[in-house]
Design a protein around this ligand. Structure first.
Ligand code: HXC
Length: 258
C-alpha cells in the first residue's frame, strides 16, 4: 500500500512508520494522521509484526499539528469534526508495542504523538516542546496530561506556559525519554530494542503493556489487583510453559505466541 505522507516498511518482525513531509518538518495534517492510522491497522492485523517503530527525519520527528490546516478552522469546525479525538488517538490505542525514535523537533502534536508511544528513544539532537501557547491555543492531544505524568508539574508547567523546549539530555533526566543515543545510531538502537521485543511472546508483551498503561488510569491497589489477575492468566499459556522449560533446560525459548 502506498502512502502520501509516510513511509512504511518492515524489517523482520518490526514495522516501521516514517513520517515524511520534509517540506513542513513533518507537520501533522489530517491526511498524515489518516495514513498513520491505516499503517497501524495493517501492522496490528499482521501476526508477523511484533513491534512498531514510529520515527521522523533527522531534523524533525514532527513540528506539531499542521498550522496551515488549523488556521482557518473555527470552534464549530473543530467541534463538529471532533478534531483530534476522531483519529489522533489511534497511536495510544495500539495494542502492540510501539517505540518512538525521535530526532530533531518533537513539538506540540509531535511531542504528544511521541508520548502516545510506549517509550521514546531520543537522538542527541532531539528537542521536545509544547509551544501551542505561542499560537494562542493550548496542547490538545494530551500534552497537558501526559507530559505532566512524565516530567512532573513544575517542568510541564514551564513548557506548557512558556513554550520552553527541553533538550534530549534534559528529557532523559526528567524521565520523558528512556535513553539518548547519538543521532547516527538512532535507528540501529531502536531496531535492536524492537527486535528484542519481537523475540518474546507477543501476547505476554501485549499484556505487560496493558498492565503498565493501567498504572496511569487507576489507583495503586486496583492496578496491582489488575496486574495480579493478568499475571495469573499468563500461567495458562503455552509460552509460559515454553519460557520456563527453556530456562530450566538452559536453552533459548521458542515462543509460539500462544
Ligand atoms: C505547518 C510548519 C510547522 C507546523 C514548521 N512548518 N512547523 N507548517 N505546521 N507545525 C513549516 C514552516 O512553515 C516552513 O515552511 C517549514 O516547515 C520549515 O520550517 P522553518 O520554520 O522554516 O524551520 P526552522 O527555522 O528550522 O524552525 C523550525 C521550528 C519552526 C522551530 C520547528 O518551524 C516552528 O516553530 N514551527 C512551529 C512549531 C509549533 O508551533 N508547533 C505546534 C503546532 S500547534 P515554508 O513553506 O515556510 O518553508 C499543535 C497543536 C497540537 O501542534 C494540538 C493537537 C494536536
Amino acid at each position: 500500500m502506498a502512502y502520501d505522507n509516510i513511509l512504511v516498511e518492515t524489517k523482520g518482525g518490526v514495522g516501521i512508520i516514517t513520517l515524511d513531509r520534509p517540506e513542513a518538518l513533518n507537520a501533522l495534517n489530517s491526511a498524515l494522521i489518516a495514513d498513520v492510522g491505516q499503517a497501524l491497522d495493517g501492522f496490528e492485523a499482521d501476526e508477523n509484526i511484533g513491534c512498531i517503530i514510529l520515527t521522523g527525519s533527522a531534523k524533525a520527528f514532527a513540528a506539531g499539528a499542521d498550522i496551515t490546516e488549523m488556521a482557518p478552522k473555527s470552534y464549530m469546525d473543530v467541534y463538529r469534526e471532533d478534531f483530534i479525538t476522531a483519529n489522533w488517538e489511534r497511536v495510544s490505542q495500539c495494542r502492540k508495542p510501539i517505540i518512538a525514535a525521535v530526532a530533531g523537533f518533537a513539538l506540540g502534536g509531535g511531542c504528544e504523538m511521541a508520548m502516545m508511544c510506549d517509550f521514546i528513544i531520543a537522538a542527541d539532537n532531539a528537542k521536545f516542546g509544547q509551544p501551542e501557547i505561542n499560537l494562542g491555543i493550548i496542547p490538545g492531544a494530551g500534552g497537558t496530561q501526559r507530559l505532566t505524568r512524565f516530567v512532573g508539574k513544575s517542568k510541564a508547567m514551564e513548557m506548557v506556559l512558556t513554550g520552553h523546549m527541553m533538550t534530549a539530555e534534559d528529557a532523559e533526566r526528567a524521565g520523558l525519554v528512556s535513553r539518548v543515543v547519538a543521532l547516527d545510531d538512532l535507528m540501529e538502537e531502536t531496531l535492536a530494542a524492537a527486535e528484542k521485543i519481537c523475540k518474546l511472546s507477543q501476547p505476554m508483551v501485549m499484556i505487560a503493556k496493558e498492565c503498565v498503561n493501567r498504572a496511569y488510569e487507576t489507583t495503586l491497589a486496583e492496578g496491582v489487583r489488575f496486574e495480579r489477575r493478568m499475571f495469573h492468566s499468563t500461567f495458562s499459556t503455552e509460552d509460559k510453559a515454553e519460557g520456563m522449560a527453556a530456562f530450566l533446560e538452559k536453552r533459548t525459548a521458542q515462543f509460539k505466541h500462544r
